[in-house]
Design a protein around this ligand. Structure first.
Ligand code: BG6
Length: 486
């Protein structure tokens, strides 16, 4: 058998894209509640109020003015408010996951549902909601895999404290962790701290109002300290906890064998491996410290930060893998295509999805090898998948062979990494195992699921669930522990 007997087959979601119920059961506003939908050609916009009371909007890449606060405009549509409504459909959805044979289910806890302002005020109804979800999963023998924070922050912390730029946010986050660790210590074993930590740079994700490198890296230092403190605390509360980190891994190939292109690829890859180095090895890599020096970036640390980072290293590396990119020393030699949160370089050897993301199954094996060779701790692929437009036929069926084809090739690559390269891979949770809102574009049109949800880009639809062709295919993959991919 290729995959270990207890391999964690499942699927992945995130509260801000799936849960909905944005103000139900005492939940507070989160930054993501003030971001509109968009499309491939039209960016998502953050709506906010200036100090003078003016209502304005900016893209996520732009910084919000200092003192501006997130604002929910009653005339606009915000996809997170209902999302695909896990809040009211969790029993039905979990039954479908169980029917597919899921061994685990990755979801995130909405910080603003537990602590509406992000401070030390607790919302019991929020805790009770996740109790009900975990109980439902455990009823079917499905192991919850929990992302503590996926791409958002309570709006109050963002606007009153400047989010992760403020050291106090670390304390509030640890209070949130302590609350959920203690409450769910007998229900949840697998945790990961911050989703795609290498992509965190905007107001929506980390609540900062200035996103230049000085502010961004100070916020990131706070995230590292918070992650390490969470690991230490979690292990104290339950020594059986497995607490991982989560990075978006996009391997970059040199565009040519020109050593300058090789150096460019090395630098790109370092950009993301930096986040893994700190959380797995517990220290900042030398190249980053040199870069800070050159860029005049000064990180404010507290006396015991280095010790905390060293002590709070993670148990496993969780990562998303969708695509690869390429690097060239000469920008004139490259063309850009779409990509996960940032454009990627077109690779003439690879095809792209409708959203321009390269499709590179061998890149997954390459990533697994690189990560395992370098870090030697268990790996968990916590996101992978193919965003596509699905067509519902007259009889209600959906033949998503393109998705099956994508998964087949990626699982075959995983199998090679395990059987030929000896990688210690503990699980696989394809992204958006049930249709949900796209993080990048805010669309519903870009679907990833094995389960279809009837909802369009403007919030119209019955929210009814139905099984796609890939549902039956994945069920068979799980039943055979990945042996039968046809
Ligand atoms: C990752 C995120 O970036 O990729 C998810 O962790 C996201 O939140 C997923 O949904 C797919 O990206 P997108 O933009 O197609 O939703």
């Amino acid at each position: 058998m290729s995959f270990r007997k207890d391999f964690l087959w499942g699927g992945a979601t995130a509260a801000n894209q799936y849960e909905g119920g944005y103000l139900s059961g005492g939940k507070g506003l989160a930054t993501l509640d003030a971001i509109t939908g968009g499309s491939k050609d039209q960016p998502r916009m953050i709506t906010f109020k200036t100090k003078d009371g003016e209502i304005k909007e900016v893209t996520r890449e732009e910084a919000l003015p200092v003192g501006a606060v997130g604002y929910v405009d009653p005339d606009k549509y915000y996809p997170s408010h209902v999302a695909t409504d896990f809040y009211h459909h969790y029993e039905e959805d979990i039954a479908l996951f169980a029917e597919m044979g899921f061994k685990c289910f990755r979801m995130s806890i909405s910080w603003a549902r537990i602590c509406p302002k992000g401070t030390d005020e607790i919302n019991e109804a929020g805790l009770a909601f996740y109790d009900a979800v975990f109980d439902e999963l455990l009823k079917y023998g499905i192991e919850p895999v929990v992302t503590i924070n996926h791409f958002d922050i309570p709006m109050y912390l963002a606007d009153e404290l400047d989010g992760w730029n403020n050291r106090k946010t670390v304390d509030y986050f640890i209070f949130f962790c302590e609350t959920i660790f203690k409450r769910y210590k007998d229900k949840v074993k697998y945790w990961m701290t911050f989703n795609e930590i290498n992509f965190l740079r905007s107001w929506t994700q980390i609540g900062i109002h200035q996103n230049d490198n000085q502010h961004r890296y100070q916020a990131i230092h706070h995230l590292f300290v918070a992650s390490a403190k969470a690991v230490i605390l979690g292990h104290e509360i339950n020594p059986d906890f497995q607490i991982g980190m989560m990075v978006a891994y996009i391997p970059s190939y040199p565009m040519t064998s020109n050593p300058e292109d090789v150096m460019a690829a090395l630098e790109f890859n370092r950009g993301q491996e930096f986040f893994i180095d700190v959380q797995v090895k517990g220290t900042y890599p030398a190249h980053k410290l040199k870069w800070f020096e050159r860029e005049k970036i000064v990180i404010q640390k507290e006396a015991d930060d280095d010790e905390i980072l060293k002590k709070g290293t993670v148990d496993y590396i969780g990562f998303s893998y969708y695509m690869s990119t390429a690097s060239s020393a000469n920008p004139e030699n490259v063309k850009y295509v779409g990509g996960n949160q940032q454009p990627a370089v077109k690779n003439p050897y690879l095809e792209e999805s409708e959203w321009g993301w390269t499709v590179d199954p061998l890149g997954l094996r390459i990533s697994l090898c690189k990560l395992y060779d370098r870090y030697q701790i268990p790996l968990f692929i916590v996101e992978n998948g193919f965003g596509a437009v699905d067509v519902v036929k007259e009889d209600g069926s959906i033949d998503d062979d393109y998705r099956i084809d994508y998964f087949k090739k990626h699982i075959a690559a995983m199998k090679d990494a395990v059987t030929l390269d000896g990688v210690d891979l503990i699980g696989y949770t394809p992204w958006g195992c049930i249709d949900l809102v796209s993080a990048g574009t805010g669309e519903m049109k870009k679907r990833y699921g094995f389960i279809y949800v009837d909802l369009d880009d403007h919030g119209n639809g019955t929210l009814e669930r139905s099984r796609k062709k890939s549902f039956y295919w994945y069920k068979d993959v799980i039943a055979t522990n990945g042996e039968n991919l046809d």
